[in-house]
Design a protein around this ligand. Sequence first.
Ligand code: PAF
Length: 285
Amino acid sequence: VRILRTIPGIRSALRPARRADRAIGLVPTMGALHEGHLSLIRAAREETHEVVMSLFVNPSQFDDADDLAAYPQDEDRDVELAREAGVDILFAPPPRLMYPPGFSTQVRVDGALTETLEGAHRGPEHFHGVTTVVTKLLNIIQPDVAFFGQKDAQQALVIRKLVRDLDIDVRIEVCPTVREADGLALSSRNGRLHGDDRRRALALSRALKVAEEAAAGGERDASAIAHLARVEMEQLQVEPEYIALVTPEDLAPVHVVRGDTLVAVAARVGEVRLIDNTLISGSED
Ligand code: PAF
């Protein structure tokens, strides 16, 4: 795997692939790779010729300075995992090259998509940080396909909207959430779940399972489903920040589950804030 740290460096490294009309895949990451990231890299490996992974812990998307300070960073480990999973080029710029002195531009998706759920709890600035850095990465690398995880369902929707609104010539592919055997959605923050918090973290995936089962059993009232999910979380002494039933396309609140509905949940477990989601269906089959 070639490691490039400058913008001219990555651009010239990608020139031969672009000239040869070889499809470029981008997997944007903040490092601390886990099986979820590796599944994105494998998808990129299968669907594109040249796999680029970016590794950049983007300060502008952290609403909590302690979360940024505690964010796990181990580049050697990430390089090794990226290599094994099939990354060709790793783009790992230092912050001063992504945000040089005088940097003053922001790319923001406004409206409900960034103001609800995570936007309501972390502030929409979180998504403005994401869309600004993702726009920069898409401009620098100009991939044919960029890969994101369904665990960050709202982020994926915001990025799709960004790409559509700004006519960015890239296909966004969203890959399924990868889970531990007991159901916990993989996250770079899981390593900070200490002692009993690892067990309590199951509150999120269990709540989603309860929601799935309720919908499969015929329950259509969204607040009844949310209530059952909340009770499940409380069994593990976890207080949800939100459990929301929303439309999967634009995150509008759902009151009666008729079609596909996204159930999204967020909660703090110990010192770690976790999110997860699932799709439930209101159809009879
Ligand atoms: O999902 C992430 O890891 C980040 O939000 C991303 C997309 C790499 C932007 O910094």
